[in-house]
Write a protein that binds this ligand. Structure first.
Ligand code: ATP
Length: 331
């Protein structure tokens, strides 16, 4: 039995965590769970958003299933997501967006994986007030961080039998920073003659994604473009409720839905747990538990295909718990 750490976050976090843990149990995933409450309630009672014991558990288990956490605004907190990514050097954010035949969208055949660099770019959070009317923000691009995310994208393409990797950038304007990212991409691409490689400007990619997304396979890009473009890809497949992600470092791995804590629908039992559940499937695959992941993926496909159990974000009327129970019934 592999032991994993689970963070129950804020907003819809506890509801989708409950659904996912019950489904993992029903699928007989060979896992043991150390579950921690993290986030605002924890902060108000004990003074820390993430208790030390929760960090210690992730350090020991090295695998974290994390539901969304709200970063309090205006209290001087750094984003917890950014903190976790930095602390454990979770540099590769991988976000697969794949159409599901049961979810009707204008694009039934999208299959795009975004590789987002997770540790630098404008996310380093260095902003300087020059005077009352002027702020400078620092964008950092390094050879080390660019090399590892781009290499991972090509390695993934090869391992998964995919055809093409596209570098997304704005090197026509940011000639030095994005220029460095692009030149490293071109160097690395030469080592993978079996994989097609091309590059596109980020604004053009956004336009092409909404007109003809089928032309894209794997996208690799610096942090901020990855944030924005991957939300766009979630829209292509039916919304944020369907986009999972993994955040991988050399030693640690964290799996989470791309969406946030959605406070507007928290506590209403209508959140769609699919993105978080598919994140759990990515975790099972990472751990080599292919069969359990495949069982869950099949059950989700079957339940989505029978429309009566869809949650409201997908046009249905089922509650989170009804959807969860329908998946469990299929398992
Ligand atoms: P963050 O800044 O943490 O990304 P956000 O407020 O920008 O958070 P999200 O919480 O990701 O955005 O979600 C935006 C909206 O999308 C939510 O307010 C909610 O209505 C909807 N949404 C997000 N996730 C889900 C989900 N799992 N199920 C149903 N609706 C969702």
């Amino acid at each position: 039995m592999k032991k994993i750490t689970v963070f129950k976050g804020d907003g819809i976090g506890p509801e989708i965590t409950d659904a996912v843990l019950k489904i993992l149990e029903a699928a007989k995933a060979p896992l043991e769970y150390e579950v921690f409450r993290v986030g605002l309630d924890e902060y108000e009672e004990n003074g820390a958003l993430i208790p030390e014991a929760a960090f210690a558990s992730f350090e020991a288990n090295k695998v974290l299933l994390k539901s969304p956490i709200t970063t309090p605004i205006g209290k001087g907190f750094r984003s917890l997501n950014v903190t976790l990514r930095e602390k454990y050097d979770l540099y590769a954010n991988i976000r697969p967006a794949k159409s599901n035949t049961a979810v009707v969208t204008p694009f039934p055949d999208v299959d795009i994986v975004t590789f987002r660099e997770n540790t630098e770019d404008l996310y380093v959070g260095v902003e300087e007030q020059i005077d009352a009317d002027t702020v400078h923000a620092t964008k950092i691009i390094t050879r080390r961080a660019s090399t590892r995310i781009i290499t991972d994208a090509f390695e993934y393409a090869r391992a998964q039998g995919r055809k093409k990797v596209t570098c997304v950038h704005k090197a026509n304007i940011l000639k030095k920073s994005d220029g460095l990212f692009l030149s490293i991409f071109k160097e690395i691409a030469e080592k993978y003659p079996d994989i097609q490689a091309d590059d596109r400007i980020v604004d053009a990619v956004c336009m092409q994604l909404v007109m003809k997304p089928q032309q894209f396979d794997i996208l690799v890009m610096p942090n901020l473009y990855g944030d924005i473009v991957s939300d766009l890809t979630s829209g292509l497949i039916g919304g944020l409720g369907l986009l999972p992600s993994s955040n991988l470092g050399r030693d640690h791995a964290m799996f989470e839905a791309v969406h946030g804590s959605a406070p507007d629908i928290a506590g209403k039992n209508i959140a769609n747990p699919t993105a978080f559940l598919w994140s759990a499937c990515m975790m099972l695959e990472y751990l080599g538990e292919m069969e359990a992941a495949a069982r869950i993926r099949r059950a989700v496909d079957q339940v989505l295909a029978e429309s009566e159990h869809k949650t409201p974000d997908l046009g249905g009327r089922a509650t989170t718990t009804e959807y969860r129970d329908a998946i469990i019934a299929h398992l």
